[in-house]
Design a protein around this ligand. Structure first.
Ligand code: FAD
Length: 565
């Protein structure tokens, strides 16, 4: 096998997202997967708003946005009675209006197609069986059907799921716990035809969830407490293949629990396309990197699938890591920049896992206190429209922020009191604007994709031009400089786009003032914002990034920016 810059182990959603990101930045990448071909089992069912945004930015969303329904509503039943109706559609925003109800197979297919369009390839049937560090590179041993080969890479990223070999090699302890419940899951056809909304049925500490799949099948899942009399405890709790119960037994259990919990004796399941039993875990690796080896996705952390976050957080890891690893592998930053990957993702995923664990425990009614909370506080409160809107709009999947990281120091109290709007570390809002000269209505995200972006509001022409020049000298074509105006005409010289913010949507979303400049990182998070007339604060951010040494980066450049005075 040929030597590569970055070797990605695992062609799941995390590895594929990372590969697309790196390839789009011109990095030489190879993806290996031990399976002979891509997986055909549905697994995750739902692309969260942030996951959708990331795939869109990478050009990997394909036609999913228009061909796949958004799941914005679902019902919750408690002891057979409708206890709650949830409607995400009442929330505003391009991406926070629901979950795209698409199976993981389809998401992976879109990512593979994007990867091929970018000139990348996946080597199926290549299992990484060993890795060792040799100076500043890694040698991986790869087993194929025919032989064991070696491949040298500058960097290896383990995206090979929960049983990660790279995690072992970097010495990461997979600390955490398993939930006591056993989960059974089936993608089945239903007779008589079912026309329900997705629903969750709760009864004591048992849970049944049902949701439509695109192929007219239904995803049916049950969570059973381990003391349940119908729970074949010894076999379900085991992990070895021989001890697992047979698929037909899973189908029979699903059928039994569907009829019991839902109180429906007529419905019959048939023609399953996937049956599975599993335990869920909350775990996080004690380290995400050692030298030139990194891990991402399920290899680094596991959360309850009930939050619908596992795959989505892996996609988030890849988008955070991609631009940093590209800079490092291209010699524009040293490895200390990669420390910010673990710093930022650990805190976000930890918050997400905490919230998901709390919701999972309350929903599953694990213990009397959780059942009381569920029945008398959570469900009644969530019935209140205002409370529901507030809780849903604050769900961690949307609030992902790196505030306080080394790349986004927290604002001091005075700044927080005076300034408002998105802070460094937050995801830059994506809103509509009109592109001049032909007034085409687009979203900011489609102008930026996965590039750096400098957005200049107000600021006088001379300093704005100087700032744009400095940004271009530093980052060339990898930065989009966007000048925001409320007028109908503006000279485009020096800028990539002139956008007219006629309805002031953009100005409001960023709480921009007369001299606001916003710098967005390639993953769409705010790097910095300034309100200076000369916009120099923005450019100084690059000097504070650990390990960054872009060609031409020097304080001298930022003096030039001020030289108009
Ligand atoms: C039933 C179920 C429902 C779920 N529902 C959701 C949901 O609604 N939303 C959500 O976000 N998540 C959900 N998840 C979680 C989601 O499926 C995972 O989090 C996601 O697949 C993780 O992606 P990954 O790329 O990190 O790892 P994986 O998808 O596990 O991919 C790892 C890849 O690495 C390969 N590999 C492993 N070892 C090696 C090796 N040594 N050499 C080469 N290749 C190797 C494997 O063959 C595999 O292709 C669900 C999971 C399950 C099981």
């Amino acid at each position: 096998m040929r030597d590569v810059s970055v070797l990605i182990v695992g062609a799941g959603p995390t590895g594929l997202t990372l590969a697309c990101d790196l390839l789009s930045r011109g990095v030489d990448v190879t993806v290996l997967d031990r399976q002979k071909q891509f997986a055909t089992t549905t697994r995750a069912l739902g692309l969260q708003p942030r996951g959708r945004q990331i795939l869109d930015r990478l050009g990997a969303l394909g036609d999913l946005r228009t061909t796949v329904p958004l799941q914005s509503e679902f019902d919750v039943y408690l002891n057979g009675q409708l206890a709650l109706h949830v409607d995400l559609g009442t929330l505003r925003g391009r991406y926070d209006d629901g979950v795209l109800r698409v199976p993981q197979t389809e998401i992976e297919r879109q990512l593979r197609e994007r990867l091929h369009r970018l000139g990348g390839e996946i080597c199926w049937g290549y299992e990484v069986v060993g890795v060792c560090e040799e100076g500043t590179s890694i040698r991986a041993s790869v087993r194929t059907e025919e032989d064991v080969q070696s491949v040298n890479a500058k960097w290896v990223v383990g995206c090979e799921g929960a049983h990660s070999l790279i995690r072992e090699r970097i010495g990461g302890h997979f600390d955490g716990h398993a939930f006591p419940q056993t989960f059974l899951l089936g993608d089945v056809r239903i007779d008589p035809k079912c026309n329900e909304r997705p629903a969750i049925y709760l009864r004591n500490d048992q849970m049944l969830a049902i949701s439509a799949l695109p192929d007219r099948r239904w995803r049916v899942g049950v969570a059973l407490p381990s003391r349940d009399p119908h729970h074949p405890r010894s076999s379900l709790a085991s992990t070895t293949a021989e001890e697992r119960i047979l698929p037909e037994q899973i189908l029979a259990h699903l059928q039994h629990w569907f009829n019991e919990i839902k109180g429906d004796r007529n419905t019959q399941f048939y023609d399953p396309s996937w049956l599975s039993q599993f335990h869920i875990h909350r775990r996080m690796s004690s380290s995400f990197r050692h030298g030139h080896m990194l891990i991402a996705g399920d290899a680094a952390h596991l959360t309850s699938p009930l939050g619908g976050q596992g795959m989505n957080s892996g996609i988030g890891d890849a988008f955070n890591l991609g631009w940093k690893l590209a800079l490092v592998s291209q010699g524009k930053a040293d490895a200390t920049l990669l420390d910010t990957y673990e710093e930022e993702r650990r805190s976000v995923v930890d918050k997400l896992a905490r919230a998901t664990t709390q919701w999972t425990s309350i929903l599953l009614g694990a213990g009397r206190i959780n059942r009381i909370l569920r029945r008398y506080i959570l469900l009644p409160m969530m019935r209140l429209h205002l409370v529901q809107g507030w809780v849903l709009s604050r769900r961690p999947a949307l609030q992902e922020s790196y505030r306080g990281s080394s790349l986004a120091p927290r604002w001091n109290l005075i700044n927080r009191l005076i300034r408002r709007g998105p802070q460094p570390g937050d995801i830059g809002p994506d809103v509509h604007c009109e592109v001049l000269p032909d007034y085409q209505l687009v979203t900011l995200g489609t102008l930026i994709n996965a590039h750096w972006a400098l957005i200049l509001f107000g600021i006088r022409e001379k300093p704005a031009q100087l700032c744009a020049n400095a940004a271009k000298t530093l980052l060339g074509t990898s930065i989009r400089v966007i000048r925001v105006t409320t007028k109908s005409h503006h000279s485009a010289a020096g800028y990539d786009q002139i956008v007219r913010d006629y309805r002031r949507e953009l100005t409001r979303a960023y709480r921009a003032g007369r001299n606001t400049a916003i710098l967005l990182r390639p993953d769409g998070h705010l790097a910095s914002r300034s309100n200076d007339r000369d916009a120099t604060t923005i450019m100084r951010w690059f000097d504070r990034v650990p390990g960054l040494h872009l060609p031409g980066q020097s304080t001298h450049r930022f003096k030039e920016v001020r030289s108009y005075e």
